[in-house]
Design a protein around this ligand. Structure first.
Ligand code: SF4
Length: 98
């Protein structure tokens, strides 16, 4: 298994829910973490069977200078928190989860 394949050797991207919908959903102009645009993307990611592989991929390969859009159900700021070893604000007590 590597960054692009599952234990069975299948490219996880083939099972990505985001491949079946308009990609623009994942690049909203309004990145309010509780706003309707981010929530819509999060809901798709929440039902995605390859979310963990997606998260591992983005956490190992994302260029911080090019961090944009919703990936693995996380906003750019939330991914920056994870990269920095902080718990994303959306995961803190009292936050609204998708
Ligand atoms: S978890 Fe990743 S692969 Fe799945 S829908 Fe979200 S962005 Fe796409």
């Amino acid at each position: 298994m590597n960054a692009t394949t599952t234990a069975t050797g299948r490219d996880w991207r083939r099972d990505a829910e985001c491949a079946r919908v308009d990609a623009e959903i994942f690049y909203p102009l309004d990145l309010d973490p509780t706003g309707p645009a981010v929530t819509a993307a999060r809901e798709i990611c929440a039902g995605c069977p390859v979310r963990l592989a997606c998260l591992l991929d983005v956490m190992t390969g994302e260029d911080p200078a090019r961090r944009w859009g919703i990936t693995a159900g996380l906003t750019p700021d939330e991914r920056a928190d994870l990269f920095a070893g902080r718990q994303p604000a959306s995961a803190r007590p009292g936050a609204v989860a998708a």
